[in-house]
Design a protein around this ligand. Structure first.
Ligand SMILES: [Fe+2]
Length: 130
């Protein structure tokens, strides 16, 4: 069973951003399937891919907010930076040491869903009503 399933309520009403969010869910499911690995294992590859993709996605989102004069941009960027830092730590950890795999999946899952439903929805509400 997939760890996270895309739900219509996750849509923030922008096709590009929604597609990118869906891709992040796909990557999270791939990570869950990869399972805890040895050095240079599948989990490390999945995390590295997720990291790179999230950085590109956040860049697009931040540009979108900046172009639309969203006043919460600085705080939103901090949330993105926090996530990137955490994924970097996880990637390092699964490569070098033992990492509690379920805890990691839970963090990534909760962060993604929570961030989309709260912070991303918030900038979209602002932008669509201005
Ligand atoms: Fe975001």
């Amino acid at each position: 069973m997939a760890l996270v399933e895309w739900k219509d309520e996750y849509s923030i009403g922008n096709e590009l951003i929604d597609e990118q969010h869906k891709s992040l869910f796909v990557m999270l499911n791939e990570l869950a399937e990869a399972g805890p690995g040895e050095k240079e294992g599948a989990a490390y590859t999945c995390l590295s891919r997720m990291l790179k993709y999230a950085q590109e996605h956040f860049r697009d989102e931040e540009k979108f907010m900046r172009d639309n004069g969203y006043p919460g941009l600085a705080d939103h960027i901090k949330e993105h930076e926090g996530f990137i830092g955490q994924v970097e730590d996880y990637a390092e950890a699964v490569y070098n040491t033992y990492v509690p795999f379920q805890d990691m999946l839970e963090y990534l899952n909760n962060w993604l869903v929570g961030h989309i439903l709260n912070s991303d929805q918030k900038y979209m509400d602002y932008i669509s009503s201005n």
